[in-house]
Design a protein around this ligand. Structure first.
Ligand code: MG
Length: 221
């Protein structure tokens, strides 16, 4: 079981499932030649995808093209089903900065064939995540600057205020179909600027006020 620390406490969250949003920023949907969705696009990663702390992001041999996607991660602290928007924040324990690492070549092929994205999105090390900032320190999660750099060069420079579906809308939507449990993570989508990373590159992902993670990319041998 993967455990992630809540900053400035002795508490840890044991990660259960990881839910992710696709195309939750209009400019990113555009750069992927996709239209902005009418309802949230949801996919999942297994908890084995997480790296927290040290560790390299490893591009598996089945892929030649891996991309970074910086995302605000919502950490669920209380179980719930059919959670209305007004009660959404009661179910959140905190936030983290995460990377939704994506094997873009596999994903593009899967899209073309109408097949699931599971391997493109759920491979080992595909979900680097920071420690958790307590919700009490983040009064407004919809106005946070997010910056992702590769080898010191800024590639993504966005703001969580540009999400298409807000955090309460996302929680209401998902929990109609899938029960949310303490320890679930929700990756809320990425702004524009996604790009390829290669073995040897250093990725830095920061959400100001929440945290920063730094990982080297490696190729599977
Ligand atoms: Mg993503």
């Amino acid at each position: 079981m993967k455990k992630i620390k809540i900053i400035d406490t002795n508490e840890y969250v044991e990660v259960r499932k990881i839910l992710c949003l696709g195309r939750n920023y209009a400019e990113h949907a555009k750069e992927m030649n996709a239209t902005a969705p009418k309802q949230p696009v949801i996919f999942m990663k297994p908890a084995t995808a997480i790296i927290n702390g040290d560790g390299k992001i490893v591009r598996p041999l089945i892929s030649k093209e891996m991309h970074h996607e910086i995302e605000l991660v919502v950490v669920i602290g209380k179980d719930g089903k059919n959670i209305p928007q007004e009660k959404a924040y009661e179910h959140i324990v905190g936030y983290a900065v995460g990377l939704d690492m994506t094997l873009r070549d596999l994903q593009s092929e899967a899209k073309k064939q109408g097949l699931p994205w599971t391997l493109a999105k759920g491979f080992d090390t595909s979900a680097p995540i920071s420690d958790i900032a307590s919700i009490s320190n983040i009064p407004n999660p919809h106005n946070l600057r997010m910056i992702c750099s590769v080898n010191g060069e800024v590639r993504q420079n966005g703001n969580t205020g540009n999400m298409i579906f807000s955090i309460p809308q996302i929680i209401e939507f998902i929990s109609k179909y899938i029960s949310l449990e303490k320890g679930d993570l929700i990756f809320t989508g990425t702004p524009e600027g996604v790009s390829e990373v290669k073995p040897g590159d250093i990725i830095e992902a920061e959400i100001v006020g929440i945290g920063k993670i730094t990982h080297e990319v490696a190729g599977e041998k």
